[in-house]
Design a protein around this ligand. Structure first.
Ligand code: CAA
Length: 399
């Protein structure tokens, strides 16, 4: 029985900041971001967007295409995030309601920095192994925020990926072997009392590549495929240059040729959406996968993809997947391009206004103005409750 990703869809915030508009506030040339970090734009979540609205927007097209039996087959929703909105209640429970899923469903939230989406994927595969009639909806959703003026600021972003995990998948079959690497390191973290992450930038780059070496060595020790058995690679992308550095590192570790054109053919298509979106933490590597599938000019059927998922703190996993013949008939490329291309540009002042407000903590009534055109919105924080609505329902209520 083959198991893997049957459907894939992503959403990003409705607005973006061009990094050329951020560069003057840091006293640097835009080239530092465009070339040095490999990032051109970053999605900026509006006050009425968060991990719940992004997650629901990512999953909506997948759910809309399922009939009643298909929806009922989703008996588990796993939501991975490191920018959660509650210490107790899973963001996935709000998403479950917004999507109109059946009550006969378990919903849980997972956390280990940017890695937890991969853990969710592995858990989903295990559940489907037990009952191949069942489907699991895995959602990775994050809003990446650093302090204004910090060196992490140009590596912000926002996005969510929804993946339907099933037997006989239509897109990517996930192979059983994984290379794992866990080590306790303080490279990036966010204490409960902070809304922005704390990062030791230099250490984080080293921790990432050391985790890659460790996970790769473990994959080889488990009897996994060799470097030459892998056609394309998809890395966690805190900024796209990190994936380039990671791939250069791996080629050095295995002693593979490092011709720039070959390296670009192996990873280039996986970087295209992320350059425009920025870091989306848990979603980042899976947006990279969608980017690869949406942009590859040749048919990738039968190709083996190597995935390196990294979450600071730190956990790394290297695993592989095979692209399923006919996958192109099931991609959502036009919708993905629309979501990236139709975002509204904000200038630097507007961006500062968006990221300034802190969540109210007084338990009062705090309506949140309509800013985004997302299909789902955070409409208010009222009596300590976050109030989520479908935008079409809100419009009907006003009419
Ligand atoms: N033209 C072209 N390139 C330029 C340039 C110019 N005018 N000016 C500078 N550059 C280049 C630099 O040479 C450098 O390139 P190399 O690394 O290839 O040498 C690149 O731009 C970046 O410059 P700096 O190293 O000076 O950048 P910085 O110190 O300001 O910050 C950073 C870089 C540490 C990554 C910072 O953005 C940061 O802390 N980001 C958040 C942490 C992060 O993303 N870490 C990644 C690993 S951790 C992880 O993956 C988990 C996660 O999601 C957070």
């Amino acid at each position: 029985m083959q198991l893997g990703i049957d459907d894939l869809s992503f959403a990003t915030a409705d607005q973006y900041l061009d990094l050329a508009d951020l560069a003057p506030s840091h006293g640097v040339e835009p080239a530092k971001y465009y070339v040095g970090l490999g990032q051109e734009r970053m999605s900026v979540a509006a006050p009425d967007e968060d991990v719940v609205t992004l997650a629901a927007a990512a999953a909506q097209p997948i759910i809309a295409d399922l009939d009643d039996a298909g929806r009922a087959a989703i008996r588990t929703v796993l939501l991975a995030t490191e920018s959660g909105i509650d210490q107790s209640k899973s963001a996935g429970v709000y998403v479950h309601r917004l999507l109109g899923l059946h009550a006969a469903c378990r919903v849980v939230e997972l956390k280990q920095a940017c890695y937890s989406g991969t853990s969710a994927l592995q858990m989903a595969l295990a559940l489907v192994t037990r009952n191949p009639e069942q489907k699991v909806l895995v959602i990775c959703s994050d809003v990446a925020r650093y302090d204004v003026g910090s060196s992490g600021e140009p590596t912000q972003g926002a996005g969510a990926v929804a993946m339907l995990i099933s037997a006989n998948p239509r897109l990517v079959q996930i192979e059983p072997l994984s290379g794992l690497h866990t080590t306790d390191v303080m490279d990036f973290w966010r204490p409960n009392y902070r809304t922005t992450a704390v990062v030791d930038g230099r250490l984080s780059l080293r921790a990432y590549t050391e985790s890659l070496s460790g996970a790769w060595a473990d994959l080889q020790a488990q009897g996994g495929p060799s470097f030459t058995d892998i056609d394309t690679f998809c890395y966690h992308q805190p900024f796209t240059k990190m994936a380039v550095k990671a791939h250069q590192h791996l080629t050095k570790v295995v002693g593979a040729p490092r011709d720039p054109e070959v390296l670009d053919a192996q990873i280039g298509d996986s970087l295209r959406y992320n350059k425009q979106i920025g870091n989306s933490y848990t979603a980042s590597m899976y947006i990279g996968l969608i980017s690869l599938l949406d942009h590859a000019t040749e048919d990738l059927a039968g190709n083996r993809i190597g995935f390196f998922s990294y979450g600071s703190g730190s956990v790394g996993e290297f695993f592989t997947g095979l692209v399923v013949p006919g996958y192109r008939d099931h991609l959502r490329t036009a919708e993905h391009r629309r979501r990236v291309d139709e975002r509204r540009r904000v200038d630097h002042d507007e961006y500062l206004r968006i990221v300034a407000p802190a969540n109210p903590v007084d338990g009062g009534e705090h309506p949140i103005p309509v800013t985004s055109r997302s299909p789902f919105r955070l409409a208010a924080i009222s009596g300590h409750q976050r109030v989520y609505v479908r935008s079409d329902e809100a419009a009907e209520a006003v009419a």
